[in-house]
Design a protein around this ligand. Structure first.
Ligand code: NDP
Length: 239
């Protein structure tokens, strides 16, 4: 498969790239900065998987950079099978509403909700070419969401993150309906609490375990996934 992962330089994104390469996929690792110190993990992978790994510059808040990345993929590789919208920010976590920094809230929406929207806008044509090519029998958009985006998650804080992920879940529902006829699977996933910069080192899960589960889920769901929002094992999550 040809797989795009956003936010691919660390955390779950890097684990998804690593596992994808090990499984023989062609991986497009999209990163906010291509400066050497920013992409050390990817450069190490590149040494072992030279022909399989393409590193793309993409800030998901910058539509121009996304379009340029899509044009580059079209030029070198013609099509894609899977888009994984993984990049996200978690900010203002403990802020009460009276203290919220609205600029920070706006940034969370820009990255967590509008980022995936922009990416799908520019990469959907490449998924549709992939559909015509039928080299792989999996065509999918995976939006990495969070249980924090569930409307049943009624904690008093976490405004920007929870709201932006709830809106991502809405985007997923809309895309799922829009792309049903095309046989493109669209799901949002709660990956679990993972040991990453975002999750912290108390988290119980290794992102590599989640990444492996997500590839299993991709193969299992093969355009037949009934639910829009699931955990990494495919169990339904409440929207
Ligand atoms: P990290 O904070 O470890 O990594 C976030 C990634 O997003 C980084 O690669 C970062 O790049 C990238 N990113 C942030 N802003 C932008 C931007 N404007 N453009 C492009 N890339 C950007 O997060 P995790 O790996 O933990 O999280 C992965 C996904 O899983 C996220 O969607 C998150 O919401 C979700 N999730 C995580 C949980 C956890 O416990 N960790 C729990 C539930 C959900 P850079 O290095 O350049 O900043």
């Amino acid at each position: 498969m040809k797989v795009l992962v956003t936010g691919a330089n660390r955390g779950l994104g890097l684990a998804l790239v690593q596992q994808g390469l090990a499984q023989g996929h062609i991986m497009f690792a999209a990163v906010r900065s291509v400066a050497d110190q920013h992409i050390k993990g990817l450069q190490q992978l590149k040494a072992s998987f030279e022909g399989q790994l393409r590193i793309l510059h993409m800030d998901v808040t910058n539509e121009k950079s996304i379009k340029q990345a899509a044009d580059a993929v079209k030029w070198t590789d013609q099509y894609l099978d899977v888009v994984i919208n993984n990049a996200a920010v978690l900010n203002e976590r403990e802020a009460k509403i009276e203290e919220l920094d609205i600029q920070a809230c706006s940034h969370a929406f820009d990255v967590n909700t509008l980022g995936p929207l922009r990416v799908v806008k520019h990469f959907l044509p490449l998924l549709k070419v992939g559909l015509e090519e039928r080299v792989s029998d999996t065509q999918a958009i995976l939006n990495i969401s969070s249980e924090a985006g569930s409307i049943t998650n009624t904690g008093p804080l976490d405004y920007p993150y929870g709201m932006s992920k709830a809106a991502l879940n809405m985007l997923t529902e809309k895309l799922k309906r829009y792309l049903q006829q095309d046989d493109i699977t669209v799901i949002c996933i709660h990956p679990g609490w993972m040991q990453t910069d975002m999750g912290g080192n108390q988290a119980p899960k290794d992102p590599n375990e989640t990444a492996a589960n997500l590839y299993n889920l991709l193969v299992r769901s093969r355009n037949t996934e009934p639910y829009s929002f699931v955990d990494d094992l495919g169990q339904q999550m409440p929207l």
